[in-house]
Design a protein around this ligand. Sequence first.
Ligand SMILES: Nc1ncnc2c1ncn2[C@@H]1O[C@H](COP(=O)(O)OP(=O)(O)O)[C@@H](O)[C@H]1O
Ligand SMILES: [Mg+2]
Length: 429
Amino acid sequence: MAANLKKRNQRGNMKLAILSTNLKCYSTRRLREAALQRGHEVKVLNTQKFAIDLEQGAPELYFHRKKLSSYDAVLPRIGASITYFGTAVVRQFEQMDVFSANSSAGISNSRDKLRSLQILSRHQIGIPKTTFVRDKRDILPAIERVGGAPVIIKLLEGTQGIGVLLADTVQSAEAIIELLHSQKQNVLIQKFVVESKGRDIRAFVVGDRVVGAMRRVAQGQEFRSNVHRGGLTEPIHLDKLYMDTAVRAAQILGLKVAGVDLLEGKNGPQIVEVNSSPGLEGIERCTQLDIAGSVIDYISAQVNFPEIDLRQRLTVSSGYGVAELHIPLGSEYIGKSIKGSGLEERDINVLTLYRSASVIPNPRQSRILEAGDRLLCFGKLELMRDMIPKKTNRRRRPMIKDLPDLPVADEVLRESSSDLSAISSKEEL
Ligand SMILES: Nc1ncnc2c1ncn2[C@@H]1O[C@H](COP(=O)(O)OP(=O)(O)O)[C@@H](O)[C@H]1O
Ligand SMILES: [Mg+2]
């Protein structure tokens, strides 16, 4: 690795592996071409041909039964059909300290629509109201909670618009969901963002920038704007809110290269999906931009910073760890600077300050704390324990108020009032 970096620094270029099972497709060809144009050494390696060897202190990769030579960086293009094996290969590169354009965790997060929305939902990022249920009796109330019919029903791992349905009535939605459940399919029930009118935005994110964006417009009666469903594209210039939302969504999921799909909702951008191996053909043809070049330039600039599992690395000293400290209304820390808060004396370092939608890395000691601030800290766990908010004190999100009074909820309460679960159901409502 060290020798490798030296080689790279001297020549100013890198040795890159593109992981792909589709060696000839447009995206792979363009990425390879862009790397070559910039003087990098590049190999396209079929993800399926790797073998992952595990041994104490020596993670190794074999490719076509030969030990893999050393690389500076990998660019994973992992298709949905090989997520498990593909992310395992990327994880192995991470163990070997090779920079990966997208982390294995980021790819896993984005691959599953439920998982990605769960992760995004705690941040100040627009997403369509979504629910996930298992019990037959929960289906109707769930549909009502997201706003009733027409309603979107989605398979967790669909792509290209396959697996996304629009049900016109509550009855048909319920029937479809029951049918899918009977076929062991997990489905999301999602609010239909009607005002987006069959249009969505694909923002191509590289690092902390949107390097290209297009609007996709569904044709005829179709509500899905995927190009594979006949959607037409037009280049657009995104305003700051849309750009920031797309970049933050990719960052939160842990992706450096991502195709972020957003709907234009009446209250601003709504993220529907984040793709970790976004196609290049549609966006390059539409925008006439060298998107492949941006990806390669980004990797080449970041190659010396391989993914570090921060939490894991920071918690190896016993008694030390990472925690999020919350400054609630009425806190004694409000109005004090970070320095004045006395955190430093207690051996607590503030790594990042989260304030509403903004993120302030390495905040200055002079910065004044405000109510609602969240501080990501590293320090002695014992000393941070008192400052971690108690679960019961956590502010309820205002969204909860939207819950309609459903007769079925009373039913559930009555039905289960004889057992202990009634107590928790009551509390939850
Ligand atoms: N909640 C929604 N409201 C309105 N349109 C939607 C919604 N969810 C998806 N769509 C439309 O369906 C398309 C496909 O949905 P998406 O979640 O991106 O699935 P896929 O992974 O199959 O592309 C989107 O590009 C958008 O046009
Ligand atoms: Mg999509």
